[in-house]
Design a binder for this molecule. Sequence first.
Ligand code: ARG
Ligand code: ZN
Length: 898
Amino acid sequence: MRSDIPTTISRLDYQPYPYLLPNVELEFDLDAAATKVSARLHFQRKPDAAADLPLVLDGSELELVSVAIDGQALRADQYELSGETLRLFPRSAAFVVEITSLCKPAENSSLMGLYVSGASLFTQCEAEGFRRITWFPDRPDVMSRYRVTLRADKSRYPLLLSNGNLLQSRDLDDGRHEAVWEDPHPKPCYLFALVAGGFACREQTIRTRSGREALLQVYSDPESRDKTEWALESLARAVRWDEQRFGLELDLDRFMVVAARDFNMGAMENKGLNIFNSAYVLADAESATDASFRAIEAVIGHEYFHNWTGNRVTCRDWFQLSLKEGLTVFRDQEFSADMLAADLPEAEARSARAVKRIDDVTTLRIAQFPEDAGPMAHPIRPESYQEIGNFYTATVYEKGAEVIRMQHTLLGEAGFRAGLEEYFRRHDGSAVTCDDFVAAMESVYARQHPGKNFEVFRRWYSQAGTPRVQVKMDYDQALGRCTITLSQHCEPAGIEKLQVPPAAKPPLHIPFALGLLGREGQALSLQHEGQARDTVLLDLTAASQSWSFDGIPERPVPSLLRNFSAPVIVEYPYSDAELTLLAGHDTDPFARWEAGQELAMRQLLALVAAIQAGQPPRVDPGFVQVWHALLDDKTLSPAYQARALTLPAEKILLERTSPMDPQAVAHARAELRGVLGAELGSSWLRIYQECADEPQEYHPDALQAGRRALQNLALSYLMAGAHPQAPKLALDQYYEAANMTDRMGGLSALVNFSDTPAATQALGHFYEQWQQDPLVVDRWFTLQATAPTTSVEAVRALMLHPAFTLRNPNRARSLIFQFCMNNLQGAHTPEGYQFWAEQVVALDRINPEIAARLARAFDNWARYVPANRDAIRQALETIQSHSPLSRNVSEIITKALK
Ligand code: ARG
Ligand code: ZN
């Protein structure tokens, strides 16, 4: 696991595995201290492979007990064991390898492989965790049928689960019991799973499209059984949705979801036995917020959708990770959007979908744009890595989803579905590449557009960095002609920055959605490709291209990159008046939101400049008027209105400052929020009261959740503007809330905007009330970690709280990550950076994958103002001076310091 010599693995070095492994038999004698694993591996040399090739197996943190080939035990001089590889020298073309080994789940704090959480045993194998269970070709292109026998003490581990179907179970005479599972679908080992422990189960049967019955089950700690209803319902909706939208049917008799308290990521799509971070399973109105309900639905959907996009067709190698992740994120985004819009009338459905798009684009800008501009920048299909665990990134996932979405935009819904069908026709049951996916989509595109192909589009898979598209508009009054010119360029990204001369970055294929508005804000109809439309899709495939539109009566205002049709940055010299027009009238709800955000961004950047120059920050009354108009617009849905009235996130603002100045950014945003709160106080109060007015039985649907979001936003502005009624409203809302969304809204308003005894008292009350619910205790830590007044000392004090531990990833994230990554004021100080370095080193001893995520908190340090830059560099050097560092952390730190 720990190594000093980093090895870099390159995409182009891929070699097929020389053996097939059609059948795998595993026997587990499960025990937390030491689990014995016996593997019988049925190998066949591939016809085209050389006969004298050794058989290479991966293994990590294992104790080898015995190894045999075709029943003949091998002596130590008949195999080679070094580092993480075991080499065997089989003599025939078909043979059975039998290996017995021991692993130690209770000592495994990395949460990869077989580990203990609570009183139960869980596995996590993606990407390379299976090698911590047994010696094996731990790579996704080796696919096998598994038969798994689990044996364990029956009272400690009453339930024994693995992939596929339960063939038999029986009691053994020593207090143990045994279960035999068989998974009929060939799979790579990263999709293997087992679970052993005591659980409660909530289940339902569902009849699939073709009439088969399938059992859906959600397992949790017995105490949490009443919190699994939403997860089970979400699973049933996901099954239905994939049938309806993509014609993809569940291929299993039984689909299980198990919640684990200790989990590195969100969840894992093991065939038929998904294992989830409990944060993405457990919810009820009292303990979970609207956002958690939505996140559960999204992650349940995501893992379920992997059953086709990931499991039936998997990745040839880990460079192809976006093949399954980008595609599956796109699918879960669409699922969530369809669920939000379900049963709403047309106009409201459109608004609900736009809200989801706004949230997804905001995530992309907060997490992926900075990554693409930093030392870890990589294409969605990386070219090389040292540790694959470091490449479960916003680029592979979220930008990957945008690249799929662009294909959907270019092909249209029916074309995209046809392309997906072609992909499954060609590749079902195999391990393939991103290029195979694009080729299937391209086959449909070429049919739709004779003479065109995806040659230029494919570059999205090999190019890192966020492209910029510059827009020029010319208007000829005499001809009534408007000409739009789009030019693209992409700066060197990541390691490209070190290259001299810089590598050429050829143009990308960018679908660019455009509308034109008249001076009154009315939509103008555009003639394009023989049709009249309000929105046209321009196919930008060269460095620069122009399009002309006739019959335009006056100089229009362009509405650019509607619905965010490509993951790019648009540059156009709008006047404030034009942005104001778009913010009030654009018929594309995404572009309308974007215009308001851009106005706010200008205002914030001006405030940052004033703060840096030591001048009094002044807010433009024209801008306040824009917010006022949005506040009074009765046509907007509450959810949309809440997004429109939210200021751009600190991190998005930070990316727009150069050099980056975190303290000035935090100060500027707080200032603007205060001014908007104070000057529009009566409107905020009216909105607050309107939203608070409708008591109803709790449901996390788009309308109710939108109203709560708007109410809580109004409350935060009232607090920020020091409205005299605000503290009482917040206190009453906190103490009288009927659901966690309102309760957290009240509490965070108190804690974020006032450092009063009432706030402290409410925090204490909250802990008292919820201390038995770990997911709610996480919220309690997060709220304090992100409060602007929280200092490093306060975080250190919270770390001494009996409920704190670094060993549980959710808890570590709730306090340490939240402080370092989401508290600009507290973390961006010399003490903050040193604290971060300490925690990275401490976490690395426990869980390298989690430590490496924290290690990325200040990736973009070189772009900060000098004082911060130097302090972060020192902190990075502090981390680097520790030895040994895991391969995970070492890769991050080395790249950051390059
Ligand atoms: N495939 C999982 C997902 O759908 C993520 C698993 C990543 N595991 C890891 N140890 N990095 O998102
Ligand atoms: Zn995934």
